[in-house]
Design a binder for this molecule. Structure first.
Ligand SMILES: C=C(O[C@@H]1C=C(C(=O)O)C=C[C@H]1O)C(=O)O
Length: 111
């Protein structure tokens, strides 16, 4: 039983690694969208696009036997982080500060 558990957990770790790699790839692409939007003075949020994505996530969740609420909740958090990053790209300097905004990486180091 211990061996089986170890095998299954190794598989979980491998899948988690893939999910994180894919997430990093998604953020790399959305960063480019953010730069494009900043360059053309477009708003960070596109509510119409997000509504279409929401429907797609629900359909894909059902097609894959997953709870649509779980999947849409995960993407809500991811998209909220993207939009925050876009906001930072559009407003590169914090008011009253000569320092550039800290990257999200720095925030992660706080305790
Ligand atoms: C990436 C974009 O910007 C925002 C982030 C989105 C996302 O992470 O999928 C979707 C819509 C926008 O609110 C975009 O407009 O495509």
């Amino acid at each position: 039983m211990q061996r089986m558990l170890q095998t299954l957990r190794s598989e979980i770790d491998r899948i988690d690694g893939q999910i994180i790699e894919l997430l990093a790839r998604r953020f790399a692409v959305t960063r480019q969208v953010g730069q494009l939007k900043a360059h053309h003075a477009l708003p960070a949020v596109d509510a119409e696009r997000e509504s279409a994505q929401q429907l797609r996530y629900e359909q894909l969740a059902r097609a894959n036997g997953l709870d649509p609420a779980l999947v849409t909740g995960l993407f809500r958090d991811i998209i909220a982080a993207v939009v925050r990053q876009h906001g930072e790209a559009i407003t590169p300097e914090r008011p009253g500060s000569s320092q550039p905004p800290r990257s999200r990486k720095d925030h992660g180091n706080e305790r």
